[in-house]
Write a protein that binds this ligand. Structure first.
Ligand code: SF4
Ligand code: SF4
Length: 433
């Protein structure tokens, strides 16, 4: 029996998962034109390995980089490279991107086919497959997965946690993956466990997903894998917060989960690992939740590179009444200005808000209520950091441990003075890079 020790801080925003949690994942047709930013992951951007006029197939390598912390990029359709140009990027504004015109034939690379004898693969062979498939963390951080699977020798990984928390309000794609692709996710877990050689393996799921919990429990009944239901609290799905709740361990300031003998992988990432190993499939599509003010909210399988506009057309949005389009959820998502912005590997959802739903709150002075400090799961002083950022005293930010901020937005959410604390903190992080 587990004794759970919930992390300190956090908030309980309205969950709003009812809009899409019962909707099965369905594929959205690939669009005419797709945009592939050459940076879709934490780490070094890729260089293009195709040029204008080249023919590509679904699964063709189009961008790569030799640096360790990077991840290759593959085409998600067959067609022709139309251009390589600066275009809209959902996280960093604009970035060099490969633009591909879909020929609608959906020709596929021959390397994508069922593989035999995968149980005989060594850990190093699996890691190479994961790297070559361009797999990154699909929970949002998009950190290259092969790096997390290769901890230094001195770091013994005692526990591997499969992260099925999905704490961000509105989003339900991970829940649906666990219900619909649970068997494959469990196989992905076994592959990772083989690589990490961890004593314990845990799947942690927030208790607002009872069907997913039952499904995974059933599938792991004869496996040495523990399934635990954790209480709903945002940002429970953050790696450090999940480790604290499940194991009672604190990852030190500036440290990584491996420093306390733990590795965490999102359930969508585990599915991608299974598909790469068993079918040679690169990460060229993913499940996302499209929700909020759309006629058909739901969970969709989307080709990487698909513009937001094509997805919202498919889900029947009222274009005349859009107030805000957010990629991700309401807490950690990023508001978008350009509807040609594409879905990238780390995009977990699209949330549409109407004009009536968005508030233009005026920022008032800090009243020193300390609410932002109470809710910060990283034990930071958000009000102090914002003050230092406003004063442009960049050199003081490291003393305030700004890099420990996980950008969860809890501080902004509770601030009665409507101070956009997390925006100030993000700016401070950029200035101290
Ligand atoms: S300072 Fe960072 S980690 Fe702390 S509540 Fe704000 S956004 Fe979250
Ligand atoms: S929550 Fe807002 S008003 Fe309260 S201390 Fe923090 S910054 Fe100041």
């Amino acid at each position: 029996m587990f004794k759970l020790r919930p992390f300190i801080g956090g908030v309980h925003p309205p969950e709003n998962k009812h809009l899409s949690c019962d909707k099965e994942i369905i594929p959205i047709p690939a669009p005419e034109i797709l945009f592939f930013p050459l940076s879709q992951h934490t780490g070094a951007p890729c260089q293009p390995v195709v040029q204008k006029g080249d023919k590509v197939k679904r699964g063709t390598l189009i961008g790569t980089c030799e640096k360790l912390i990077s991840s290759p990029i593959h085409s998600s359709v067959s067609g022709t490279v139309k251009s390589i140009e600066n275009s809209s990027h959902p996280v960093i504004g604009r970035f060099q991107s490969i633009v591909i015109e879909n020929d609608k034939q959906d020709l596929t690379e021959e390397s994508i086919s069922p593989k035999k004898n995968t149980e005989n693969l060594s850990a190093d062979e699996i890691i190479k497959i994961v790297r070559d498939a361009g797999i990154v963390g699909l929970g949002g951080a998009a950190f290259p997965t092969h790096v997390k699977l290769s901890p230094p020798k001195e770091k013994v990984i005692k526990t591997f946690i499969a992260n099925g928390a999905e704490c961000e309000p509105y989003l339900t794609c991970d829940q649906r993956l666990m219900q619909e692709m649970g068997k494959e996710i469990v196989e992905g877990i076994k592959l990772v466990r083989k690589i990490l050689n961890s004593e314990r393996c845990i799947i942690a799921i927030e208790n607002n997903k009872p069907d997913a919990i039952e499904q995974i429990k059933e599938l792991t009944r004869n496996e040495n894998i523990e399934v635990i239901a954790i209480k709903v609290k945002y940002p429970q799905g953050g790696e450090k917060q999940l480790i604290k709740t499940v194991l009672g361990k604190e990852v030190p300031s500036g440290g990584l989960p491996m420093d306390v003998g733990v590795v965490v992988h999102n359930v969508g990432t585990l599915l991608a690992i299974y598909e790469a190993v068993n079918f040679g499939k690169p990460l060229y599509e993913r499940a996302i939740t499209v929700t909020g003010a759309v006629k058909n909210p739901g969970n969709y399988l989307v080709r990487i590179g698909t513009p937001v506009k094509d997805i919202l057309d498919f889900c029947q949005v009222d274009w005349d009444n859009i107030g805000k389009i957010i990629l991700g959820g309401p807490m950690m998502g990023i508001s978008q200005q350009d509807i040609q912005t594409p879905i990238i590997k780390g995009t977990s959802g699209i949330l549409v808000q109407t004009k009536d739903e968005i508030t233009q709150d005026e920022e008032f002075s800090c009243i020193r209520c300390a609410k932002c400090i109470e809710v910060c799961p990283a034990y930071l002083l958000p009000t102090q950091i914002a003050k230092v950022v406003k004063a442009e005293k960049w050199e003081r930010l490291s003393q305030l441990h700004i890099k420990d901020c996980i950008e969860c937005g809890c501080c902004t959410y509770v601030c009665p003075s409507k101070i956009p604390l997390v925006q100030y903190i993000k700016l401070g992080k950029i200035k101290t890079k």
